[in-house]
Design a protein around this ligand. Structure first.
Ligand code: BG6
Length: 474
């Protein structure tokens, strides 16, 4: 049997994409609340367009999302019915610190999550908690400029200390930042950055990167001090870059693009900035805001495990200006002619998961955790609301099969697998509801209409069987 008996099967969500209740329980406003559906979404998430409040011209899907704020018990019961051993979720920072810079937390927010964790415990589900998933209080953006400001490290430290203390014994698995490398591609989501006119954007991103890496190491330190049982991981938006062909230029290009993604994890897992990054930043005249003591903190507080999302591999080609491009997780890549694509143009490469797992394992030699993987597709329910999503089952079965090979044939150490969007939720990239990932259909459309009723899809029973047989029966 490739997977250990305590393998953590489950599913993953993020507060901003499912919780809703944006103004309830004393919650403050966050960056993700004000990101609308529609054509302005992309310039906003990339920090090119300043949009820090609601207006009448846009629809804001995160405000209500799938209203997990009121449905969480019912949703957890369905996850338990599928046999989940773990549930990956994130905390809304603004439920706990509505503005972000308070010294005292909002009790109502803490109590909300405590109830969820207690219910998880009752159901035998181990929570896997992402401290921040594309989430930053709007007040910290308006007042401090987001993560380009070092004060963010203190605010995050306060958040981390508060939650590690309060949820001690209820939560043992933590991720500090969702897809930390996404900061370079979606800086408003990843770091609360909105670029000023004429600002050196690359410089701003690397200021934010150092601050997040430092905050992550400090949180890892505190988490271990408060409860030595805590397992704290980093989280990479993964997907190996393949060279377009064997031309050495393209092989080198692929290596460099992999470096750009991996340097964050190099720091979090190995405890130091890699030379390839330092040399490049030096050439480009970009400075890291390293202060005395920072490097020691990074070195002494590395993560316990390396988690990642995997949707597709990517392709690198020098001077790819005229190459065919395919859509992908926030950023596009050169099209791989050997692969099919989803309805949203994301290429499908199950073997790429095995390849990626091997690369990450070879590099860090720390246990891995696949914390996101899945197919965003249009689902058409029948008159009873039932979706026969065989395409999703086929996608997941193929990926789990390759994940199994990585464990069984290659000896990669793997803690668990949480599929993305185990219940339909708002898409991070597009803001749509119609890009569905779930085993559970949620009746809600792209503009917030629908009863919010939950209905198991065909994949619900399939995943239940996968978990029951510990991945044997796909
Ligand atoms: C990852 C994110 O980038 O991909 C999730 O961590 C996101 O938040 C997921 O939802 C899928 O992307 P999308 O754009 O289809 O929602």
């Amino acid at each position: 049997m490739p997977f250990s008996k305590d393998f953590l099967w489950g599913g993953a969500t993020a507060a901003n994409q499912c919780e809703g209740g944006y103004n309830l329980g004393g919650r403050g406003l966050a960056n993700v609340d004000v990101v609308p559906h529609g054509k302005d979404r992309f310039p906003i998430i990339t920090g090119e367009m300043k949009h820090l409040d609601f207006d009448d011209q846009h629809f804001y899907p995160a405000k209500e999302a799938i209203d997990m704020y009121h449905h969480w018990k019912e949703d957890l019961a369905m996850f338990a019915e599928m046999g989940f051993k773990t549930y990956r979720m994130s905390l809304a920072w603004t439920r706990i610190f509505p503005k972000g810079d308070e010294t005292e937390p909002n009790e109502e927010g803490l109590a909300f999550y405590e109830e969820i964790f207690k219910e998880c415990q009752r159901l035998g589900i181990e929570p896997l908690v992402t401290i921040t998933h594309f989430d930053c209080p709007i007040h910290l953006i308006k007042e401090y400029g987001g993560w380009r400001n070092r004060k963010m490290v203190d605010f995050y430290e306060n958040l981390a200390r508060t939650i590690f203390t309060r949820f001690k014994g209820l939560v043992h698995y933590w991720l500090t930042f969702n897809e930390i490398n996404m900061l370079l591609h979606a800086p408003f989501m990843g770091a609360g950055l909105v670029f000023e006119e004429g600002e050196n954007k690359e410089q701003a991103k690397y200021l934010a990167a150092h601050h997040e890496l430092l905050a992550s190491a400090i949180a890892t330190k505190i988490g271990h001090e408060i409860d030595p049982e805590n397992k704290i991981g980093c989280m990479l938006a993964a997907g190996e870059y393949y060279p377009f062909d064997c031309h050495p230029d393209n092989v080198l290009e692929a290596q460099q693009q992999n470096h750009d993604n991996l340097f964050f994890i190099d720091v979090q897992s190995r405890g130091k900035y890699p030379n390839y990054l330092l040399k490049r930043l030096e050439r480009e005249g970009i400075e890291l805001p390293i202060q005395e003591g920072d490097l020691e903190i990074l070195a002494e507080n590395t993560v316990d495990f390396v988690s990642f999302s995997y949707y597709s591999s990517r392709v690198a080609k020098v001077s790819d200006g005229d190459a065919d491009k395919s859509a992908g997780n926030i950023f596009e890549s050169v099209t791989n002619p050997y692969l099919e694509a989803s309805e949203w143009g994301w290429q499908i490469d199950p073997q790429g998961l095995r390849i990626t797992m091997n690369s990450v394992w070879d590099r860090y030699q720390k246990p891995l955790f696949v914390v996101e993987n899945g197919l965003g597709a249009v689902d058409t329910p029948d008159e009873d609301g039932y979706v026969a999503d065989d395409y999703r089952i086929a996608y997941m079965a193929a990926h789990i099969e390759e994940m199994k090979k990585a464990v069984e044939l290659d000896g990669v150490e793997l803690l668990g697998y949480t599929s993305w969007g185990c219940i339909d939720l708002v898409s991070a990239g597009t803001g749509e509801m119609s890009k569905r990932y779930g085993f559970i259909y949620v009746d809600r459309d792209d503009f917030g209409k629908g009863s919010l009723k939950r209905t198991p899809k065909k994949s619900f029973a399939w995943y239940k069987k996968v978990i029951a047989t510990n991945g044997e029966d796909l």
